[in-house]
Write a protein that binds this ligand. Structure first.
Ligand SMILES: [Mn+2]
Length: 315
C-alpha cells in the first residue's frame, strides 16, 4: 500500500469486483451470464482508466456448491452464504465490494456481509439505496411467482424468508428507517403490505418522472444517509426502461431513460461514502446490441467517478 492516504487519515479507496454467476433466483437463467458479459466488456480496465485514485482488482467469481436436489431458495441461500463471507472480509479491511450479478437474490448475501462488519464494530448499520423497478419485498408466502430474487430486501429487513433469513442472520440485517427504494413500479399486494407495516420509504419511477431526478434522489438520500453516513447501493438494471435496457430478467415499462440513470448515479456518488455496490439482473441473452450491459457499465463508472469528485472537493 503506498502512502497516498486521504486527508482524514483513511486509506485511499479500494474496490474488489466479485462476480456472482447465479440465475436460478430469477425467472430466466440468462442472468447467470452477467459477470461474464461485464468482464468481456472490460469493466475493470474501464474503471481503472477513469478512476486513477482507486485501487481496483477483480477478485473473480464467488463459488457455491450446487446440489440439484435442493430447492431454489436453498440453492440461492448457498450462493448468498458464500457471498456474505466474501463481502464481510472485504468490508472488514475497508475495501468496497462491487458485486456483479447474477440475479438480485444475491443482495441478501452481499449487503448482509457488509452490514455484519459494521455491526461487529459497534457502528450503525449502513443505509441502503435500492435502485430497482421492483422492491423485492416478498416472502415465500406472499410471492406470486415464487422467485427468490423478489425476496432479498424482505430477508435483509428481517422478514421471515425460508433459508435466506438464516443467511442474513441478525448481524446482517439492515435498518428499515435507513433504506429508500428508487424507481419502483411493479409492487405486489403482499409487498405493499410489508412496505406499510415497516413504514418503508419508496420513490416510484412515476414520482421520479414527475418531481425530477435531482429532487427525488436528494430526498431518498435524506433517508439513506442523512448526515453523510456510509451507505450501500443495490442497483438492479431493470430500473432503466426496457426500451433502453431490454437485457433484463423482468422488464417493466415506465422506467428511467439513460440520462436519468446517469444523473441518479452522479447524485448518489457525490453524496458521500458508498461502502458496497451491487449491479444485478443483466441478462445478456435478452439484450439487444449490448445496450443494457453498456448502460450498466456506464452507470457504475459514473457512480464511482462521482465519489472521487466528492473526495477531492473535501479539502
Ligand atoms: Mn431487484
Amino acid at each position: 500500500m503506498d502512502d497516498f492516504g486521504d486527508p482524514d487519515g483513511m486509506t485511499r479507496s479500494e474496490i474488489r469486483i466479485l462476480g456472482v454467476p447465479m440465475g436460478i433466483g430469477g425467472g430466466k437463467p440468462g442472468t447467470a451470464m452477467g459477470p461474464w458479459k461485464i468482464r468481456e466488456k472490460a469493466l475493470v480496465e474501464r474503471l481503472c482508466r477513469t478512476l486513477g485514485d482507486f485501487t481496483i482488482e477483480d477478485a473473480g467469481d464467488v463459488v457455491a456448491e450446487q446440489d440439484e436436489n435442493l430447492s431454489r431458495l436453498e440453492r440461492t441461500a448457498c450462493w448468498c452464504d458464500s457471498l456474505k463471507a466474501r463481502t464481510r472480509e472485504f468490508s472488514s479491511k475497508n475495501i468496497v465490494p462491487l458485486v456483479i450479478g447474477g440475479d438480485h437474490t444475491l443482495a441478501a448475501g452481499s449487503l448482509a456481509g457488509v452490514a455484519s462488519t459494521h455491526h461487529r464494530r459497534g457502528e450503525g448499520v449502513p443505509g441502503v439505496l435500492w435502485i430497482d423497478a421492483h422492491v423485492d419485498m416478498n416472502t415465500h408466502e406472499t410471492s406470486p411467482s415464487g422467485n427468490p430474487h423478489g425476496m432479498s430486501a424482505a430477508a435483509l429487513l428481517g422478514l421471515e424468508v425460508d433459508h435466506l433469513s438464516e443467511i442474513v442472520g441478525r448481524d446482517g440485517r439492515i435498518d428499515s428507517n435507513r433504506i429508500a427504494f428508487l424507481g419502483a413500479r411493479d409492487i405486489d399486494p403482499g409487498e405493499q403490505k410489508h412496505i406499510d407495516e415497516l413504514g418503508l420509504t419508496v420513490f416510484s419511477s412515476e414520482v421520479m418522472h414527475r418531481d425530477g431526478i435531482e429532487k427525488t434522489v436528494t430526498d431518498a438520500l435524506k433517508t439513506v444517509s442523512p448526515n453523510g453516513e456510509p451507505f450501500m447501493v443495490s442497483f438492479d438494471v431493470d430500473v432503466i426502461d426496457p426500451e433502453f435496457a431490454p437485457g433484463v430478467d423482468t422488464a417493466v415499462p415506465g422506467g428511467l431513460d439513460p440520462s436519468q440513470i446517469i444523473e441518479t448515479m452522479e447524485l448518489v456518488g457525490r453524496h458521500g461514502r458508498v461502502v458496497a455496490i451491487d449491479a444485478v439482473e443483466l441478462n445478456p441473452e435478452t439484450d439487444v446490441e449490448e445496450r443494457t450491459s453498456e448502460l450498466m457499465i456506464t452507470s457504475l463508472v459514473t457512480l464511482l467517478q462521482a465519489t472521487t469528485a466528492d473526495a477531492s472537493d473535501h479539502d
